[in-house]
Ligand binder design. Structure first.
Ligand SMILES: [Zn+2]
Length: 226
């Protein structure tokens, strides 16, 4: 699904987004392992002459990065993540345990899927701009979670910082079960929406919010006083 002329949503599991730039294309998140074939098909049919130059990971959770190595072998892109999230992807550090159901699921998945360590080629920090995308460091869901704000078209790629409903009308708060620090995650989500006026919100789960103005106002009204 084309969200904008230059952005393609590849849905299912975790949402992935392909961004077309003048000379190349860039992928945000890779989804689960089995999604790689769907992504390869989408890349090859839409961008046959534009190499996949970079993969940017919003964070280290499996449903956002499990397919990374399959894509890396094929396209040899530069892999980018926040400097605080990189050790969990390179597996030089273990992601702090969540506890509860979310923690159980994340641990179980990691063991079951046997996801290998992945080298991060470029470690970014807050406010850095990569491929026309401004990095916003918004910890809470994980320590190095980022959102990416497309400077040219004002699209906001927000990973799991917030969620969206299936109709793409409502912004939902970060999932309590999967947030390492829920209070911080909620604060980060408010900061993200307060700091930007996105033309479209592109979440890691749920449907894109194509007319976000009302949804942002409602979210800030409901959660802004926390
Ligand atoms: Zn997540």
């Amino acid at each position: 699904m084309r969200v904008f002329d230059e952005i393609i949503l590849v849905p299912g599991g975790g949402n992935c987004y392909l961004i077309e730039r003048e000379q190349e294309c860039v992928l945000i998140d890779t989804g689960m392992s089995k999604k790689a074939s769907k992504l390869i098909k989408t890349i090859n049919s839409n961008f046959p002459y534009k190499p996949l130059e970079a993969i940017i990971l919003t964070h280290s959770h499996q449903d956002h990065r499990a397919g990374l190595e399959t894509l890396r072998k094929l396209y040899e892109p530069s892999v980018i993540a926040h400097e605080e999230e990189s050790p969990y992807i390179e597996k030089t550090k273990e992601l702090p345990s969540l506890g509860g159901f979310g923690g159980f699921m994340i641990k179980k998945l990691e063991g079951m899927l046997g996801i290998p360590a992945s080298k991060i080629d470029q470690k970014v920090v807050d406010n850095e701009v990569v491929y026309g995308l401004q990095v916003m460091h918004l910890p809470g869901h994980t320590p190095g979670t980022i959102a990416l704000f497309d400077i040219e078209n004002q699209a906001l790629f927000c990973g799991d910082i917030i969620n969206a409903d299936k109709k793409g009308k409502k912004i939902l708060p970060p999932k309590k079960d999967y947030a390492l620090d829920y209070k911080q995650a909620l604060k980060s989500s408010l900061r993200m929406l307060d700091k930007t006026s996105p033309s479209v919100i592109l979440p890691g789960h749920g449907s894109p919010i194509l007319e976000p103005e009302e949804a942002i106002k409602a979210y800030l009204d409901e959660y802004g006083k926390v």
